[in-house]
Design a protein around this ligand. Structure first.
Ligand code: SF4
Length: 66
């Protein structure tokens, strides 16, 4: 799995950081930062959920480990 986030799309809703705090954080302006682009197995369900919850579709999740 690979995770990225488009900071230009992020509206700072914070759902990603609440849902998967080990993978997402927000900077001082509330804009998403990705802490880990290759989340561990335990974090993956939360990352998928964060990708679905993001209201601006800023979070991209690619399942393949390539
Ligand atoms: S859920 Fe989406 S809009 Fe909200 S902080 Fe995360 S990336 Fe930004």
């Amino acid at each position: 799995m690979r995770v990225s986030a488009d900071r230009t799309l992020c509206v700072g809703a914070g759902l990603c950081a609440l849902t998967a705090p080990g993978v997402f954080d927000q900077d001082d302006d509330g804009v998403v930062t990705v802490l880990r682009s290759d989340p561990a197995g335990d974090d993956r369900p939360a990352v998928r959920e964060a990708g679905m919850l993001c209201p601006s579709r800023a979070v991209q999740v690619v399942e393949a480990d390539t």
